[in-house]
Design a protein. Structure first.
Length: 361
């Protein structure tokens, strides 16, 4: 049974892509391999960049110092599955540092980046989006995943100068872990859940055994953005994800009865979204939000996602406080490790594949 996140992902990875990596900087026209318009008639691959609804509704922005933060967070999780946070305690200088760490990876020549390529049976390193294998077209983006120590890859990228990168990653992950724990209690607190209700949070409720991955995403300026897709629509397999985006917009979330809504970059705020496992824990009360990233003609976009989950082998199931005869459990118990396997097989249908058929008593 895999006990580390990297082993859990590796054990289930269905992605075996043999793709010639595109050097985005040298491409002047969108290649057919990246043209999503031709797929638009397939219901299986909903696209419609140009039809995005510009909604007057906007994703909630929550001040974590607000005395009503618990209530506001709970409301945002039920209605949107996503919100932005300010006064989150992460220093602006650290956000600047992680952004420049990202830029330092993606600005390298392609041959150099490929020295740290994610191996076919691996999880960390440089490569195209992991969800690419579920789509017949390639996405206009490149990524770099870190699980565990970044040292080996950093040494390959900058043989003489890798310490700064590693130090920034270490500090960012430490701060993110703390923030993620705090957000977990705000989200769960709003459901009336306390530390006694979540054994795997540990005796101090600090989620010490939690696992996480850091995902850098780069979306180069695109010669034909209306035909391209930065990152196709997906939900996260996490409990929650914390995203830092640079000053270029591109993230969109799907809101029922509204359509795609852009989550604008607001200086100093971080985007937080509910993942599939928190949806399960909350017995479906919190929405695991479908989201995607679109691209634009002139600006490079960078995002850094902190993907946060439980220890890989802990059973996750609807919390017993949220279950009674009129609210039976909607999902069967599943570990994160097992769920990653389900996701690798069923992708966006993974959540419904673990849903129970229930009759309300
Ligand atoms: O770049 C973004 O805004 C979205 C990133 C994302 O969804 C991911 O890394 O899973």
């Amino acid at each position: 049974m895999p006990s580390r996140l990297s082993d859990a992902i590796k054990a289930h990875d269905a992605i075996h892509l043999h793709h010639k990596h595109l050097d985005f900087n040298s491409v002047k026209e969108l290649p057919d391999s990246h043209d999503w318009i031709s797929l638009d008639h397939h219901d299986q691959y909903p696209f419609s960049n140009s039809c995005s609804i510009e909604s007057s509704l906007s994703v909630p922005v929550i001040d974590l110092k607000d005395p009503n933060a618990v209530k506001l967070v709970g409301h945002a999780c039920r209605t949107w599955g996503v919100f932005q946070v300010k006064n989150h305690g992460i220093r602006t200088s650290l956000l600047d540092d992680i952004e420049s760490a990202g830029r330092s990876i993606f600005s390298l020549p392609i041959q150099q980046k490929l020295k740290a390529a994610r191996p076919p049976d691996g999880v960390s390193g440089y490569g195209m989006a992991r969800i690419s294998s579920f789509f017949p077209k390639h996405m206009w983006s490149e990524g770099f995943t870190i699980i565990g120590s970044p040292l080996d890859h950093a040494r390959q990228l900058w043989p003489h100068d890798y310490n700064k990168f590693c130090n920034v990653i270490e500090e960012y992950e430490k701060e993110m872990k703390q923030l993620a724990g705090k957000l977990m209690w705000l989200m769960l607190g709003s459901l009336g859940i306390t530390k006694e209700d979540v054994m795997w949070a540990g005796p101090n409720g600090d989620f010490k055994g939690a696992s996480a991955a850091l995902q850098f995403n780069s979306y180069p300026a695109c010669p034909d953005p209306d035909r391209a897709m930065g990152l196709a629509a997906h939900t996260d397999s996490t409990l929650l994800t914390i995203l830092h985006q640079n000053n270029t917009s591109g993230l969109q979330v799907l809101r029922e009865r509204t359509g795609w809504v852009t989550v604008p970059p607001l200086p100093g705020t971080l985007v937080v979204n509910v993942g599939d496992l928190l949806h399960i824990l909350s017995n479906g009360l919190y929405t695991s939000v479908l989201h995607r990233a679109v691209v634009n003609r002139t600006c490079h976009r960078l995002s850094i996602a902190y993907l946060y989950g439980p220890p890989p082998n802990v059973q996750i199931s609807p919390l017993s406080k949220l279950v009674d005869p009129s609210h039976p459990p909607l999902y069967r118990p599943i570990t994160w490790s097992e769920y990653l396997g389900t996701k690798a097989k069923h992708f966006n249908k993974a959540l419904s594949s673990v849903r129970l058929c229930v009759e309300v008593g």
